[in-house]
Design a protein around this ligand. Structure first.
Ligand SMILES: C[S@@+](CC[C@H](N)C(=O)[O-])C[C@H]1O[C@@H](n2cnc3c(N)ncnc32)[C@H](O)[C@@H]1O
Length: 224
């Protein structure tokens, strides 16, 4: 799964999403940020690199339960010259090795959300950024796999203890090569529920144009 994600993300096809998340973080200009469930650091290393241009000595803590994903993330941070402004720790998002009220911004992308723990580590008025796939996300890919595809039913609300400040839509059409299609499909939550015969339909496709459609949720920590 880590290798599939890494291979697909390296195509740059999710760049429109990463650009908008980076913009949202840079607008907030956090000094201390956490990527909760950072995976291979494809988002966080780029964001940190951009943040260094506008904030004096920003620091990023990348947390993930997978040591293999973190090895990739730390290697990426070294390659991008941001390793000294980052730390990478194997831990659960429900017990973050981060001090109470010590962080300005959390990004939590396609990884489990633990609102109570996120509230604990955020300073008052801290920002939580999440991403939700919208109704038509990967619609053409689903049509290629399923006889009766269903649209997503996104829940566009802030987690408990946060208020939704802004919903930023990101929509584009991407052209995915045959070899990356199964990597992209394996990144979806429904891949493991799909029969081998349906999934094998992707092997017959040389290239596919498909919609990507996300909502970036900018959520502010509620003050009691
Ligand atoms: C779909 S990947 C997303 C990775 C990264 N945020 C991205 O968007 O590229 C989900 C990540 O969450 C991590 N993860 C799953 N459960 C976790 C938990 N309880 N605590 C920390 N990380 C977790 C997985 O190891 C994986 O790297």
């Amino acid at each position: 799964m880590v290798r599939a994600r890494r291979s697909f993300l390296e195509t740059g096809l999710y760049e429109p999403l990463r650009a908008e998340i980076t913009k949202a973080v840079c607008e907030a200009a956090p000094g201390e940020m956490v990527d909760a469930g950072c995976g291979e650091g494809w988002y966080s290393c780029h964001i940190l690199s951009e943040l260094t241009k506008i904030v004096a000595e920003p620091f990023l803590s990348g947390i993930d339960i997978s040591p293999e994903a973190l090895r990739y993330a730390a290697k990426r941070a070294k390659e991008m010259g941001v390793f000294n402004q980052s730390s990478w720790a194997v831990a659960s998002v429900s017990h973050l090795p981060i001090g109470t009220a010590s962080c300005d911004c959390i990004i939590n992308l396609f990884a489990p959300c633990e609102p109570k723990e996120f509230r604990r580590i955020l300073r008052p008025d801290g920002l939580l950024i999440r991403v939700i796939p919208l109704e038509k996300h990967l619609w053409e890919l689903k049509c290629a796999v399923y006889d009766q595809p269903y649209q997503n039913r996104p829940v566009l609300s802030a987690p408990e203890g946060f208020r939704l400040e802004e919903l930023i839509p990101v929509k584009a059409t991407i052209t995915v090569s045959g070899e990356e299609l199964s990597n992209l499909f394996s990144m979806t939550p429904y891949a493991h529920k799909t029969s081998a015969s349906d999934a094998a339909k992707l092997d017959e496709i040389a290239s596919l144009d498909t919609t990507i459609s996300f909502g970036i949720l900018k959520c502010r920590k509620d003050t009691p």
